[in-house]
Design a protein around this ligand. Structure first.
Ligand code: DGJ
Length: 731
């Protein structure tokens, strides 16, 4: 179904909404109000109301459930007062500003008044465009709210413009958007991580004051900029949830400012720490998008809305519906010591177990013998591949697999030829400071660096039949000197760098539309909706221990769709005491891949792999396109379960024990030994069977029973998994 038809269906569904308050019309996504002047934005479950105040400022007055919005309209109550839609530095400081500017005469206060509000269409979606301007200075602020009603999502962003003819305006902070929650006690859930331990779920009570989660090291920080906020007394699995995610891969921030009255203001955008942006006359600055949402359906409702939105509208359109291939990556098998013969031997074995895409990682390019050599010289190493890459790729294609390759375009090492030829292309180290000796960052803010990377990467892709790029980025931005740039724009360097990373990927995609891209940064260091609107999938972690992956995957799937979550089976014989079967069971919950030295695998290992990969291909559409339910949390118990479901309620359930899960009431409550499913039809009969027994008839249960009573927890013993198929049978 194309997006236009989908939008039309969503609008039809909306026509059953009750109209309420001050003339909001049935079926309208954005309704203009006249008394007082304002707008109501309606999605499937939420309503967002903005008014133009008597002093011509834009005030959000409500954001929550449609039912409560109706009630608020009936009683004429406002949920919050005094906070503007675009809070600025200036006037009373009882809020966190979304915009901080300095005018040419050093005045640091902005004072915005409403100019106009229009409902426009942006990429097929109703969008509220509100223009405000400063009362005195030539500053125009346009804020956008693009509505995706069927996902309960609003996309917010802002364009800040210097409309004058002389005099610059300096932006010291421009956030993408802000929302305000009604007074209550709230729990914040977010993710935090580090290399080898990404996407860890965190929960905290928001108390009065400012809580900021942010990144200054120039990657997504091993977790995406994502949040979910719920009333502290909400039921665990249902009820209100506000959630959101920022589309940005450089330094980002999410701020939660709770007043003593209990309202919570949530802001998200670029982290302007050590950054600024100069607006010369006529120039404008556009922020990245912040997607926010509200649902009545609890944490899984929030996860399902956000991940469906990302999967169906954010991921690069060309490959959105395509099943992600089962890939093999040879990094852990051969590290830097690669050659054609050995890669072909691995490819042959990969083909035997059902792999669809063969990927060569780091080590294939000129002079790359260790972490300190070669990086930056993106030409094949003729000592390792005397025939170039072409002959190897052809043989791999002839085996029936596509070929993919690793690059790390943004970095180089001082020992590279490119560095020797262009030492001025890297960031400048401030004088009197010590240079790092390994990786250096190319200063992509420079146009010639951008053009160089575009040329070498285009050449690589044009000359070779490459169908997949793993795009890595392996260091933190430690120095950001840009000494030849005018002083007033030197602190723009981080933002300009990121703009050109995005521009580079976009241009390569345009030139090579069939190539799949994977985002990697020392594991899952750069995974967010900004990157995933340009890259199709992401490498989650260099830690492939299934026990650790269970936690990461549970965290990841709150915020991001499973068809982007790449998980290799590797370290066969390591990660004791886990088995190869268990590793596969865990990796099968996302985009299954293999990354081990297949030359060392026994015939029994190969048989396990072939069987598991065949099973994965059966459940792949459900995993990669289905909606997710988080059934049992590894953060709460020593077991875990995720359920993926399609529109017919057909499901697959991934169940894992992380330790011995003791049955019986002596050691745990009986209820803890059951598995309850979600989202089924109560009256429908379902067959439930282990995936290995999929050709035999399964046990039959009513949906009601499976959801409310549950079946016995199917996994026996420590570090074991079970994959259950749940198929509707008709009533
Ligand atoms: C870090 C990545 O996370 C690994 O998977 C691998 O690609 C190495 N870089 C290669 O240098």
């Amino acid at each position: 179904m194309n997006n236009f038809i989908k939008t039309a269906i969503a609008c039809l569904a909306l026509s059953s909404f009750t109209a309420y308050g001050q003339g909001a019309k049935k079926g309208e996504v954005i309704t203009q109000l006249t008394n007082p002047k304002g707008w109501i934005i309606q999605t499937k479950s939420s309503a967002y109301q903005l008014n133009v105040s008597s002093v011509n400022s834009i005030r959000p007055v409500f954001y929550g459930s449609r039912e409560q919005a109706e009630q608020a309209a009936r009683t004429n109550s406002q949920w919050f007062e005094g906070i503007e839609e675009v809070p600025v530095r200036g006037s009373f400081p009882f809020k966190t500003p979304a915009l901080e500017v300095i005018f040419n005469d050093n005045v640091r206060d902005a004072d915005l008044v409403y100019v106009k509000g229009e409902v426009i269409t942006v990429e097929g979606r109703s969008t509220l465009k509100i223009t405000q301007k400063d009362k005195f200075y030539p500053l125009e602020v346009t804020s956008y709210i693009r509505v995706l009603p069927e996902y309960d999502i609003l996309e917010k962003w802002m364009v800040v413009k210097n409309t004058g003819t002389k005099g610059d305006i300096k932006i010291e902070n421009a956030q993408s958007g802000s929302i305000v929650l009604p007074a209550d006690e709230y729990m914040l859930t977010h993710l935090a991580g580090k290399q080898m331990n990404e996407f860890q779920q965190q929960q905290t009570l928001l108390t009065p004051g400012l809580k900021v989660i942010q990144n200054k090291a120039f990657k997504a920080n091993f977790n995406p900029p994502w949040f979910m906020v719920r009333p502290q007394n909400a039921a665990k699995e249902t009820g209100p949830a506000w959630f959101g995610s920022l589309h940005y891969s450089g330094n980002w921030q999410l701020a939660f400012d709770k007043s003593i009255e209990g309202n919570v203001q949530i802001l998200g955008g670029i982290n302007f720490w050590d950054s600024s942006w100069l607006l010369t006359p006529g120039a404008s600055f556009e922020t990245p998008k912040l997607s926010v949402g509200y649902t009545n359906d609890g944490p899984d409702g929030a996860a399902q809305s956000l991940t469906a939105y990302a999967r169906e509208t954010v991921l690069p359109e060309k490959h959105r519906k395509q099943m992600r291939p089962v890939l093999y990556n040879s990094w852990e098998a051969t590290f830097y010591a690669v050659n054609e013969e050995q890669q072909l031997e691995l490819a042959k074995r990969a083909k035997d177990i059902g792999i669809e895409l063969f990927v060569i990682d780091d080590g294939w390019f000129k002079g790359r013998t260790s972490a300190t050599t070669g990086l930056g010289d993106w030409e094949v190493d003729k000592t390792k591949f005397p025939n170039g890459l072409g002959s190897m790729i052809k043989k791999i294609n002839d085996m029936g697999m596509d070929f993919g390759i690793w690059v790390e375009p943004e970095s180089l090492v001082p020992a590279s030829e490119v560095y020797k030829a262009h030492p001025d292309w890297v960031f400048d180290m401030p004088p009197n400071r010590t240079l790092p000796i390994t990786r250096r960052y190319l200063n992509l803010a420079k146009e010639e660096v951008y053009q160089h990377l575009l040329a070498v990467l285009s050449k690589l892709l044009a000359e070779n039949n490459i169908k997949f790029i793993k795009w890595d980025q392996n260091s933190y931005l430690s120095e950001t000197g840009w000494k030849n740039a005018p002083v007033e724009i030197q602190r723009e360097v981080r933002i300009r760098f990121m703009k050109n990373v995005y521009r580079l990927v976009e241009e390569l995609r345009k030139r090579f539309p069939d190539v799949l891209f994977e985002s990697c940064a020392s594991g899952g260091g750069r995974v967010d909706l900004g990157m995933l609107s340009r890259m199709d999938q992401a490498w989650v972690s260099d830690n492939t221990s299934p026990l650790d992956r269970i936690y990461m995957q549970y965290g990841y799937t709150w915020a991001l769709p499973a068809n982007t979550m790449v998980s290799w089976v590797t370290g066969n014989g390591n990660h004791q005491p886990t088995s190869l079967d268990y590793k596969f069971d865990v990796s099968m919950a996302g985009v299954l891949a293999v990354g081990d030295d297949l030359r060392k695998w026994t015939p029994e290992d190969m048989a396990v792999a072939a069987k598991k990969i065949a099973e994965y291909k059966v459940i792949r559409p459900l995993i990669q396109q289905g909606k997710v339910y988080h059934l049992v949390s590894p953060f709460e118990e020593n077991r875990s379960a995720l359920q993926y479901q399609d529109a017919t309620t057909k499901s697959v359930v991934m169940c894992y024990n992380m330790a011995e899960y003791l049955p019986g009431s002596q050691y745990g409550s009986r209820s803890a030994n059951t598995l309850k499913l979600k989202g089924l039809k109560a009256d429908e009969s379902y067959s439930v069977q282990n995936i290995e027994d999929r050709d035999k008839p399964g046990a039959t249960y009513k949906g009601d029973y499976l959801m409310n009573v549950g079946i016995a927890w199917p996994v026996k013993g420590a570090n074991k998994g079970q994959i259950l198929l749940v198929n509707p049978q008709g009533k």
